[in-house]
Design a protein around this ligand. Structure first.
Ligand code: 5GP
Ligand code: MG
Length: 186
């Protein structure tokens, strides 16, 4: 048992390691099939997608390149704040390239749709999106991921890169946080 999971904030495990791995095997094969034989650039959104992106790219046997963007919408806690974007790839890294934007979770859709626009404005030839988790019930901006591992209900999740106040990113599973105000135990 991972000691992080014993914390009273954690309600239950939603996705276990073997389920996650099996699903990423499948999605990475779909991605390879979609791009082969072309080269492309994978752009993970930091910080949350670092675990997913690392598992994903190691399963894609094509000559891809990597460069990172940084975005933050959850200041502290569970509700989206103002969206901050930064640390974009240089023009040389994306101009004329096919880009695969990779994020941990697609929630309201604001982050991915803003980043997609921004990368196209900076000269990417085309931008596809790949998300580890998708919460379609929370969408505010019209966007559908090109590749997605799991669709989940509207619960706040942590682990596998996703944090709560900076913690739990190193949890190797995806867990749901206990709803706010709920007493722990039972
Ligand atoms: P969007 O812009 O689609 O609303 O938000 C996407 C970002 O919000 C994700 O990259 C992630 O950082 C954060 N986010 C959305 N839902 C969750 C969640 O359930 N747990 C955590 N830890 N972060 C979330
Ligand atoms: Mg994020």
């Amino acid at each position: 048992m991972n000691e992080l999971l014993v914390h009273p904030e954690i309600e239950r495990v939603l996705l276990r390691q073997n389920e996650i791995e099996d699903r990423i095997d499948r999605v990475s094969a779909d991605i390879a099939e979609a791009y082969r034989p072309h080269s492309f650039t994978v752009v993970p959104v930091l910080t949350g997608s670092f675990v997913f992106a690392s598992d994903l790219v190691r399963r894609i046997p094509l000559p891809l390149e990597l460069s990172f963007v940084w975005a933050r919408s959850y200041r502290d806690g569970r509700s989206p704040g103002e969206l901050e974007l930064g640390a974009f790839p240089t023009a040389a890294e994306i101009e004329g390239r096919s880009v695969l934007l990779v994020d941990d979770i697609l929630d309201t859709g604001r982050t991915l749709s803003s980043l997609r626009e921004e990368l196209l404005e900076r000269g990417a030839a085309d931008v596809k999106t790949c998300v580890f988790l998708d919460k379609p019930s929370r969408r505010q901006v019209e966007i559908e991921p090109d590749f997605r591992c799991f669709e989940i209900e509207d619960v706040f999740v942590v682990g596998y890169g996703l944090d709560f106040g900076g913690r739990y990113r190193n949890l190797p599973v995806v867990a749901a946080l206990r709803p706010q105000g709920d007493a722990a135990g039972g």
